[in-house]
Design a protein around this ligand. Structure first.
Ligand code: PPS
Length: 318
């Protein structure tokens, strides 16, 4: 089975040959593969497979977590697994998170995940127009998690230093320019979020933000449970919230991706779960960089319903 973390981290536990074939098709210096106006990780995505997703058969019980990278994907994957799997909550099962909630666009190919019992859980970074058409007809459920794009940018920048398969940022300025022009995995943040929000009526969808999860994780888990029609006891809810905390997740090698080999994550350069805070962009971006970011993002942000801390002098929520 191919195991992937986001667009950037991928490893296979078996069936290595499938990925080796795909790898052989791509020159190693190519970090981005464009298909239908969207950037993918070239080692794993093929146009043929991506096109086949259109007809991927959706079950009403399917749950799709959709994010732009670095927005809280792993966190929500963990929450979904904890909500649905008692053995995960009580620690009696030793199943990899990425087997629980695999990547639709990268790692169900060649696996039998599609034949698993319901409810099937998937994660993806796909734009709204590339997901299976069944989803676009309101079958299955979609949870869309977004995060302040300034924090996304900073998280992505640091991640590029530890993720071997994505281009290492030379410096923050040049990485920011790539981010602002959408020349990164998953393309332009604005297009992704606007696309999903603008087409929300076609989907059975719940929008969440990283910031609201940080502010009140218990309420966010309850919101997810209500959307999924899943009732947890007080003890179960407590266990989900407890095991999804940043500290617990960081200490768990499975959710901090410490088990991934060094050709996926470079050891000793940082952790996947880095800081897990709101507003860390203020520690990295200068006033000039923030203003440059605003000059591209601010106007279009006003059409979105999500309210993020934007100005460098604005106080962060407690
Ligand atoms: N439990 C928990 N609580 C708070 N924050 C968390 C948690 N789990 C992951 N994270 C933070 O999410 C950031 C990684 O985002 P993703 O998981 O979406 O990355 S990826 O797209 O799957 O590569 C990355 O953010 P930064 O720390 O700002 O870099 C992670 O630390």
């Amino acid at each position: 089975m191919i195991i992937c973390q986001g667009p950037a981290l991928c490893v296979q536990t078996d069936r290595r040959e499938a990925s080796a074939q795909v790898l052989a098709m791509q020159p190693p210096e190519e970090y981005l593969f464009s298909h239908k106006r969207f950037y993918f990780q070239p080692q794993l995505a093929t146009a043929e497979y991506l096109d086949s997703l259109e007809d991927f058969e959706i079950r009403d019980s399917d749950v799709f977590l959709v994010t732009y990278p670095k927005s809280g994907t792993t966190w929500t994957q963990n929450i979904l697994s904890l909500i649905y799997h008692e053995g995960h909550r009580d620690g009696t099962e030793d199943i990899d998170l990425l087997d629980r909630v695999p990547w639709l666009e990268y790692n169900i190919r060649g696996t039998d995940y599609i034949n698993r019992p319901s409810p099937r859980l998937f994660a993806c970074h796909l734009p709204y127009y590339m997901v299976p058409k069944g989803l676009r007809n309101k079958r299955g459920k979609v949870i869309y998690v977004s995060r302040n794009p300034k924090d996304v940018l900073v998280s992505y920048y640091h991640f590029s230093k530890i993720a071997v398969k994505i281009e290492t940022a030379e410096d923050f300025d040049s990485f920011m320019e790539k981010f602002l022009s959408g020349k990164v995995l998953a393309s332009l943040w604005l297009d992704h979020v606007e696309g999903w929000y603008g087409h929300k009526d076609n989907f059975n969808i719940l929008f969440l933000t990283y910031e609201e999860m940080k502010k009140d994780l218990r309420s966010s888990v309850l919101k997810i449970c209500n959307f999924l029609g899943k009732k947890l006891t007080e003890k179960e809810l407590h266990d989900v919230v407890d095991k999804a905390s940043f500290d617990k997740q960081r200490r768990d090698p499975r959710t901090n991706y410490e088990h991934l080999p060094p050709d996926i994550i470079e050891k000793g350069k940082g952790h996947f779960l880095r800081k897990g805070t709101v507003g860390d962009w203020k520690n990295t971006m200068t006033v000039a960089q923030s203003e440059r970011f605003d000059s591209v993002f601010k106007e279009r942000m006003q059409n979105l319903p999500f309210r993020f801390c934007w100005d460098i002098n604005e106080e962060l929520p407690s």
